[in-house]
Design a protein around this ligand. Structure first.
Ligand code: ADP
Ligand code: MG
Length: 608
């Protein structure tokens, strides 16, 4: 057999599929209908015509009976599926998906595409692999190799390329739409090998959507008691929730609106990232159990893992990133788009089979973490309360990027905040480089806890646009910082400088008017009277010393209860301890102050 000169790589996914190729020394993901990946969906439209990809996924809500999703689950079985009254084997439906990808590649490259590498999960057995190979043949592709998805991910990160002789242990955490698996991959002398793989074939982003849809339904029924939701309404709700979930990967809140969800009325609600995180946490615990099992199967400790790689669209949820960083003690790699990495790795394998030199994946990423200064409380980590840097865009994030986080004021009637932007990996400002600062004034006179969203947008040139928005009024202010080095000109300082030159500093100048919305007055007067921001997720910070005082009182009270006091006193003490716990839990600091004062008095009388 002669060596083919072009071998494409295909990620035939449960939810989405994509196709990539090595071209001009780099890896290109080929767009399908303008999108980098295509839903793995096949259907018949109302006119009975075959639809594949986006159109099929879109109609899955209105015409579920004419749409096939997640066919990959049936690969390697004898089950058949019905479409338009005819039955099909899973290989046949998969072949339609592969054929669509092949056509997109041919249109893009302007030439026939005949050879491919296709990926499968590491846990696929021989039958499932054979079925995948057969689907390829049916689509007119000669499948040169079936490779494991985690292997492809490792290849995309440069594993196995020459010059990389050290033995490396990689952990690939792949959370897709409907399946999860975690694999330990070792790379030595250019050989990539999956050493252990565990997972759950029924756990993924889809399950998150279902939990969110149930939450949406609950909220809707609270507003419209007695409304009935049909099966198709629930599908609509789930689709809306999936969009909201995707937004929550980049922003702390997401609005969900569905006109006339039922005849009873609209669904109009706001999802907070923290709501979403608490909903999915139990499912994520399961993934961490699998992770643990993979580590022990491979006889590897977390510390011995060299790289953690995120694969699958669902790993874009920042909470997952944070959980893994916490559990494994290292930041997971996310430079390569997690939903395209498998196709890219397959293309690299394909290029190797076509005898092409190993390409590198070139991507623009942020070289640093960008954060703003805020008060952080983290009881679990035992820092107490610190003035720290809260990351908004992490190192290694592909550009361009747009992400936001929510903060809140800590004083009643707080009129303004300082937005101070840092570059660097340290949790403390002292360890980072301050690259810009502006004052955001004119906030509404409301109690503490006023939400301010801070959005970072970084373009391919490294220009960072920072926008602070008061959530309930929409009042906003923007500044632009050049992350490539120097700060942008401080206009206020320059104006004063120039004015001094003409010795006219005292007379009013056209530029002396309020510059609140010119967006450029960072490094503004730093005699700021405002207090820093604070993380919303961790609730308002306790006044200094209050928690410590409450804790020491609790110890005294418990010691006293152990020594024995009159039952009525014991009851009183227990009740007050209960009040203290709930005040701590709900961050009710004024309440906590009152309760600790009172308990202190009681103890004072009883201890003598
Ligand atoms: P599969 O490997 O199953 O084909 P993908 O890797 O394409 O799946 O992942 C699809 C899942 O990723 C879906 O559940 C989708 O909602 C989810 N997803 C895609 N983008 C995001 C995002 N930005 N944030 C959170 N989840 C996302
Ligand atoms: Mg996948």
């Amino acid at each position: 057999m002669s060596t083919p000169d072009l071998v494409v790589g295909i990620d035939l996914g449960t939810t989405n599929s994509s196709i990539a190729v090595v071209k001009d020394g780099g890896v290109t993901v080929i767009p399908v209908e303008g999108q980098p990946s295509m839903p793995s969906a096949v259907g018949l439209d109302p006119a009975g015509r075959l639809v594949i990809g986006r159109a099929a996924k879109n109609q899955s809500v209105s015409a579920p009976e004419n749409t096939l999703l997640s066919i990959k689950r049936l690969m390697g079985t004898d089950q058949t599926v019905l479409l338009g009254g005819k039955s099909y084997r899973p290989e046949e439906i998969s072949a339609l998906i592969l054929g669509e990808l092949k056509r997109a590649a041919e249109a893009h490259l302007g030439r026939p595409v005949t050879h491919a590498v296709i990926t499968v999960p590491a846990f696929f057995n021989e039958r499932q692999r054979q079925a995948t190979q057969d689907a390829g043949s049916l689509a007119g592709l000669e499948v040169l190799r079936i490779i494991n998805e985690p292997t492809a991910a490792a290849l995309a990160y440069g594993a196995g390329s020459s010059g990389n002789l050290e033995r490396e242990t990689l952990l690939v955490f792949d959370l897709g739409g409907g399946t999860f698996d975690v694999s330990l991959v070792s790379v030595e002398n250019g050989v990539v090998e999956v050493r252990a793989s565990h997972g759950d074939t029924h756990l993924g982003g889809d399950d998150f959507d279902l939990l969110l849809a149930a939450e949406g339904e609950k909220r809707f029924l609270e507003k419209h008691p007695g409304a009935t939701l049909l099966a198709t309404t629930r599908l609509r709700l789930k689709a809306a929730m999936e969009l909201a979930k995707i937004q929550l990967s980049d922003a702390p809140y997401s609005a969900v609106r569905e006109e006339y969800l039922t005849e009873a009325g609209h669904l109009d609600t706001e999802l907070a990232r923290s709501d979403y995180e608490s909903l999915i946490e139990p499912l994520l615990e399961k993934t961490l159990d699998c992770l643990q099992r993979s580590l022990s199967d491979a006889g590897v400790t977390a510390a011995q893992v060299d790289k953690v790689m995120l694969v699958g669209g669902a790993t874009r949820t920042p909470f997952i990133h944070a959980l893994l960083a916490d559990r494994l003690g290292k930041e997971p790699r996310h430079e390569i788009n997690p939903d395209l990495i498998v196709a890219m790795g397959a293309a690299i394998q394909g290029a190797a089979l076509a005898g092409q030199p190993a390409p590198a994946i070139l991507i623009d990423i942020t070289a640093h973490t960008y954060s703003i200064q805020a008060i952080m409380t983290d009881e679990n980590k035992g820092w107490g309360t610190v003035l720290g840097c809260v990351p908004i865009v992490r190192r290694g994030t592909p550009l361009p990027v747009r992400k936001s986080e929510s903060f809140s004021t800590i004083k009643d009637n707080q009129k303004g905040i300082d937005v101070t932007v840092f570059q660097g990996e340290d949790i403390l400002p002292e360890g980072n480089l301050e690259i810009g600062k502006f004052k955001f004034d004119g906030l509404a006179a409301v109690p503490s806890g006023n939400s301010v969203l801070v959005e970072f947008q970084i373009d391919l040139n490294g220009l960072l646009k920072v926008t602070a928005t008061e959530k309930h009024t929409g009042l906003a202010k923007t500044a632009v910082i050049d992350t490539a080095g120097h700060h942008r000109l401080n206009l206020d300082a320059a104006r004063t400088n120039l004015a001094a030159l003409f010795d006219e500093a005292d007379s009013p100048q056209p530029w002396d008017k309020d510059s609140d919305d010119d967006g450029l007055d960072f490094d503004a007067d730093s005699g700021a009277t405002t207090v820093p921001l604070q993380l919303v997720d961790s609730k308002p910070a306790a006044p200094a010393g209050l928690l410590a005082a409450a804790k020491s009182l609790r110890h005294r009270a418990e010691a006293l209860l152990e020594r024995g006091v009159a039952e009525s006193d014991a009851q009183d003490i227990r009740a007050r301890l209960g009040e203290i716990s709930s005040a701590v839990q709900s961050s009710d600091w004024p309440g906590l102050t009152t309760q600790t004062d009172q308990l202190s008095d009681v103890l004072f009388y009883l201890e003598d």
